[in-house]
Ligand binder design. Sequence first.
Ligand SMILES: Cc1ncc(COP(=O)(O)O)c(C=O)c1O
Length: 363
Amino acid sequence: MTVAPPPVARAAASAAPGGRGRASAGFKHLTECRLGGLRGSHREAHNMMAATGRKVWMDGRMVDFADARVHVLNHTFHYGVGVFEGIRGYPTTDGAAIFRLREHVERLVLSARLYHMKIPYTAEEIEQAILETQAANEILPSYIRPIVYRGEPSLGVKNSTGKVSLAIAAIPAKKYLGEGSESGVRAKISPFRKPHADALPTFAKAAGNYLSGYLAGVDAQKDGYEEAVLLDSNGYVAEGTGENIFLVRHGKVYTPGLESDILVGITRQSILEIAGDLGYPVVEKLISVNELLTADEIFFSGTYAEIAPVKEISHFPIGSEAPGPVTRQILATFRRAVLGEEPKYRSWLTPVPAGRPIARARN
Ligand SMILES: Cc1ncc(COP(=O)(O)O)c(C=O)c1O
């Protein structure tokens, strides 16, 4: 049965005659119009979501960005049972490269296993598909988003046998936390806590896990902050909505341990190594709100946010309200590492096989 499109879809289609390519041009126009009225961090947040790529890898086929669709009754859409990764591509001294590709694919496979999803590709095949997606999108720095999902129409929660699909998109990477990414973000301790791992396996990067982060992030944004800090179910500091958190006290670098039901960040792991190599004692432990509010320095870490200094937590100024010396040193080393300028960390980068010329995204 063919269903007539709703008026909005018809209007967008008629504003963009000429089939699929034109339809997406119409969508772009609508998005740009809506962005016109937004300012500051809100605008940044919308920019991230409005970003588009050229091609999406879907179960082995490279399709146009506008054609990367799934059925509205798919299981992941209704119940949040999908797992994904956020990966960055960087313009390095030797060309395009993916940061910590192997670790991201390993986490994707682990996340899928925790949700009873058997990905129909090997880890090597997934790595290859991610490299192909980067090459096909010709954009740097890029944000690459593989997602494992059940895309066929299927209602009923207990679907652990339906077809599992993999899609991989790549869009231009921007600054997740807006201007504060450089000068320091303002974050709010959220009234919404991280779910306990007894409720959800929090080590999985699963779609449904982001519901508490969504509520925390929107609450913080409505109160004028750039980001939220979520506590774990026992009231210890856990993480941001899309980042891990670090603090510096008396020359030592601290971050919440795995017992705080955090997502075990790949940037976090990289920072633990960098900080140790720079000679700072690094400690993973339970962190109280007291310790957070009295830290000398605080920063968030994540693939999209990279390293973002924090200058204020819930109206408490942190340090000198500017990126502190330890944060700056770790950040500078991290930047060199992702750009291939630190021989010690070169193994963290997987080169993208040379293809067509690379267009740089504007931040
Ligand atoms: C909830 C949450 N915590 C932490 C992180 C940081 O993880 P990574 O450094 O692997 O991107 C992310 C981002 O993926 C996240 O969404």
